[in-house]
Design a protein around this ligand. Sequence first.
Ligand code: PGA
Length: 247
Amino acid sequence: MRYFIGNWKMFGVPKSINILNKINSFISKDKNRNKYRAIFTPPYTLLESYCKQFKNKNIKIGSQNCYQKDHFSSNTAAISSYMIRSVGSEYTLVGHSDNRGEGDNDQMLKDKVKFALKNNLKVIFCIGENKIHKRKKQTFKILKKQLVSVLDSKLNKRNIIIAYEPIWSIGTGKIPNNKDLFNTIIFIKKTLAKIFKKNGPAVIYGGSVDKNSVQMFKQIREIDGFLIGGASKSYKKFIDIIKNYYR
Ligand code: PGA
């Protein structure tokens, strides 16, 4: 199974549903549709209505984040996994570099993953090195720390997807070279195999994925899918990524 996950970030109003309607109808006619899953993470404001609209359709809906406490609490503007699940959402991102940059630390991320899984959300857990780590050749060290400090063998790996997103690649048009990316994905998969004591969760790639870069990424068969930011706001760009992947 491959994943094409669109992360809208701070984008979208109710009528933006037209974008997803077009993608949904493309998928319903696509001969490859059984080989992949399309998931979108709109902002919280659209979560409930989009979950209703796409119930039993070809697009799954998730949130972009969740709070590190269960159920209800007295934290202004916080939204828990329990609340996200209650409106029909099936997934949540955890640990996107935007949120790590705003203060999410490993302990908070561990709690977010724990409560998301407890509330029957599937977790898309994001990891990635920044350009200083890369320059200092600390990529593997950083990725390992991000994985081992949050994940453990008791978690259900079937409900977890790991999104490897080099921070220097997000929204920049810069992408890793083929060899580095292959080695990094293999390193992540080996680290996950140790944590989960056998095969670990699926591993997808994110960072400047578009219809051109996907031609290179698809050569690495170990990549189980993509987390797509900028190109997920246009139905045409998103569909072109799927088309080029299976071409
Ligand atoms: P991008 O964003 O595709 O615009 O680089 C990816 C992400 O932040 O998930």
